[in-house]
Design a binder for this molecule. Structure first.
Ligand code: G3H
Ligand code: ZN
Length: 286
């Protein structure tokens, strides 16, 4: 069934775990995420980023409707989340398109501007009954840009600033920059667990890890134990899908029916989804 992101995050927090949120681009992603979550019997978040909307010619509804339809029929609870929104025009479509939550991303702006834009977005989101996540510090590697230097200003979330940012903006959750980076195709990110500990001790909103594709399993379980409650994964699904399709087409150069290769791509993504969710279930000491 279709549920809200807020509910899944609250449930995960109460169980000292994390809910997995996967970025969807195609209908195959939608079906694979739902199938993967069903195979392990766990709730999941389907998220659509502003980038994915851009790829869909700026139209949110076709993918949103597919995701909502899949969620309604799913054997596990599924929520819809609008991810990395920068455009106010897209933000305002969230509720009517079936999303219960948004991540408003003004993290590239200087602190005061990020706070002002995020505060306005949070006021609007709450007036619509939407749950809102924002970002402070910047998780690098967005839009094809290289990962940020670990020592660059803003490359890490400052705990004192994060406290003020959450209090003054009124957001429901915070994406923190603790060493992960978007679009990594190798799992080599090292997280700053000491910083995560300080962030989670000082904040009473759920913390979100972005760029989780590049984070090794043991680092992920440690991050969940350290207070991460929502884990965003995108690139790992694309690596799985593209790898499976490449392998299939190499072995079957005569193939022309997209169902043959999209099918193997979808299966491989579903396996990746199940693996990630299982990792998040495992206690850090295991
Ligand atoms: O918001 C989306 C996530 O941060 C995905 O990052 O593609 O590096 O896994 P990733
Ligand atoms: Zn992200």
């Amino acid at each position: 069934p279709l549920v809200t992101t807020g509910e899944l995050v609250r449930r995960a927090a109460a169980a000292h775990g994390a809910v997995a949120a996967f970025n969807i681009i195609t209908l195959e992603h939608v079906e694979a995420v739902v199938a993967g979550a069903e195979s392990v019997g766990c709730p999941v978040v389907l998220q659509v980023s502003e980038n994915a909307v851009r790829f869909r010619h700026g139209r949110l509804l076709p993918l949103a409707r597919a995701a909502a339809a899949a969620a309604e029929r799913a054997a596990v609870p599924v929520a819809l989340h609008l991810d990395h929104v920068q455009s106010d025009q897209l933000l305002r479509q969230a509720g009517s398109a079936g999303f219960s939550s948004v991540m408003y991303d003004a993290s590239r702006l200087p602190y005061q501007e990020n706070l002002a834009a995020t505060g306005a977005a949070a006021d609007w989101a709450h007036s619509q009954g939407l749950w809102i996540e924002a970002e402070l510090g910047e998780v690098g590697g967005k839009d094809g840009r290289p990962p940020l230097d670990a020592h660059a200003p803003g490359a890490r979330t400052d705990p004192a600033r994060a406290r003020a940012f959450v209090a003054d903006s009124g957001v429901d959750a915070l994406a923190v920059a603790i060493g992960s980076s978007h679009a990594m195709t190798t799992r080599t990110a090292a997280l700053d667990h000491d910083l995560l500990k300080r962030l989670s001790a000082g904040l009473d909103v759920p913390l979100v890890l972005h760029g989780s594709s590049g984070v090794p399993d043991d680092e992920l379980t440690a991050a969940v134990a350290g207070g991460i409650t929502k884990v965003n994964v995108g690139t790992a699904l694309n690596v799985a899908m593209t790898g499976a399709i490449r392998e299939f087409l190499t072995a079957h150069p005569e193939a022309v029916d997209p169902r043959t290769y999209l099918g193997v791509g979808r299966e491989e993504m579903a396996r990746a989804v199940a693996r990630t969710i299982r990792t998040l279930l495992r206690p850090a000491s295991a």
